[in-house]
Design a protein around this ligand. Structure first.
Ligand SMILES: Nc1nc2c(c(CN[C@H]3C=C[C@H](O)[C@@H]3O)cn2[C@@H]2O[C@H](COP(=O)(O)O)[C@@H](O)[C@H]2O)c(=O)[nH]1
Length: 358
């Protein structure tokens, strides 16, 4: 794909109407980005590498349930599990990494069935361990109030195998209380009722989530304008869609409007693959483990563009039957899984913002 095509994808925002506010924000951010750019000379190579690996792996929506810690049966329990997991799906990186490296053994770790889990997987392991121990931790009416599940019990559920506790533990408890109460008071105690109110529209569900749950409403100001990032709200919809493989509670007629998710792990992989380039200023901050203020989510737009470039390539090569569904979600899941697999060998570090939003 020549640079003109890439430029046309990057600039196609000028003319189009945005259904998803996150995408509108992404294009605004990109037009004004100074620390993160698309390296014209390597974006195509990155797209080729991702495309051929996904094809080789036949990476598809069915991968979601294959993860050992994810629910295996798509039912109401799975909906409750996904809601809690994506309510708390943020900020697992450890302060110890600065001195002891990303693979340091003292970082927060959950021991579950004799296996050590860190990062996002530590959250999944803690939830599954609590369920095995008879703690009804995924039931909204239970975690809504301290009378039903007190703070100490939640702290016990997230107890670490090491000396470091889970980052932002009190903020996680606050999220459980807030979201549990709202589900009980406004949605009869289940996220399923939010899904039903969305009438099979992912965009309507995104609005229901961000209108009703403050802890999912990650917006920030960028150059004087409010921008929507909505990472956990989108991944909540994505995980629901993936678990049900687009059926029943996962059936959304506009699922392709969901953008990729602005976390701290995928940018690391995109930079490694040559799909992102950082200014020296940003590189210095990342390499020195400097905490970045919220607002360094310039990567949303880049990932969105990468999706466009890869999908354009797939249409060009007319190989869609080899990868039945390549939408933004599958692309993001693949890149995240790649990043997670290579996180200790990838040279560039993650950007560090302590936040309940990602
Ligand atoms: N963009 C994006 N961000 C994602 C995920 C996931 C988990 N997805 C699983 C489910 C289906 C997929 O196949 C994955 O197996 C977690 N995160 C974010 O990463 C960070 C945690 O990183 P680490 O500390 O290294 O575990 C944290 O911000 C968390 O919110 C994703 O898929 N996409």
């Amino acid at each position: 794909m020549d640079n003109d095509t890439i430029d046309s994808i990057i600039n196609e925002s000028e003319s189009q109407h945005f259904v998803n506010p996150v995408l509108e924000s992404a294009y605004f951010i990109n037009k004004n980005a100074k620390d993160v750019t698309i390296p014209r000379n390597s974006i195509q190579e990155a797209a080729n590498a991702i495309y051929s690996n996904m094809k080789k792996m036949k990476y598809s929506v069915s991968v979601w349930k294959q993860h050992e810690l994810h629910p295996k049966i798509a039912n109401e329990d799975a909906i409750n599990w996904i809601f809690l997991a994506d309510l708390l799906n943020f900020s697992f990186w450890s302060d110890l990494e600065k001195d002891k490296g990303s693979n340091c053994q003292e970082r927060f770790t959950i021991l579950y069935k004799d296996k050590r889990y860190t990062g996002y997987w530590s959250l999944c392991a803690a939830i599954n361990r609590a369920i095995d121990e008879g703690i009804p931790i995924t039931t909204p009416s239970v975690y809504a109030s301290a009378e039903n599940l007190n703070d100490d019990k939640i702290k016990y559920a997230f107890r670490s195998h090491t000396g470091e506790e889970i980052p932002l533990l009190q903020e996680r408890i606050n999220c459980m209380r807030e979201a549990g109460k709202i589900l009980v008071e406004k949605f009869d105690g289940s996220f399923i009722n939010c899904i039903k109110q969305s009438n099979n529209s992912a965009m309507k569900l995104l609005k229901i989530i961000t209108d009703n749950f403050e802890c999912f409403r990650d917006e920030c100001e960028f150059l004087g304008r409010k921008v929507q990032l909505y990472k956990r709200a989108q991944i909540l919809i994505a995980d629901t869609w993936a678990c049900f493989e687009g059926q029943v509670y996962g059936s959304f007629n506009d699922i392709d409007e969901i953008t990729m998710f602005a976390d701290y792990r995928v940018p690391q992989a995109l930079h490694h693959l040559g799909a992102l380039s950082y200014s020296q200023h940003l590189l210095n901050m990342i390499n020195s483990f400097t905490l970045l203020p919220n607002g360094s989510q310039l990567e949303i737009e880049i990932r969105e563009l990468l999706k466009r470039i890869i999908q354009r390539k797939i249409q060009q090569e007319n190989n869609r039957e080899l990868i039945p569904i390549v939408n933004t979600i599958i692309l993001d899941f693949y890149i995240w899984d790649f990043a997670n697999e290579h996180k200790h060998t990838i040279k560039i570090g993650i950007h560090r913002t302590r936040s309940i939003f990602y």
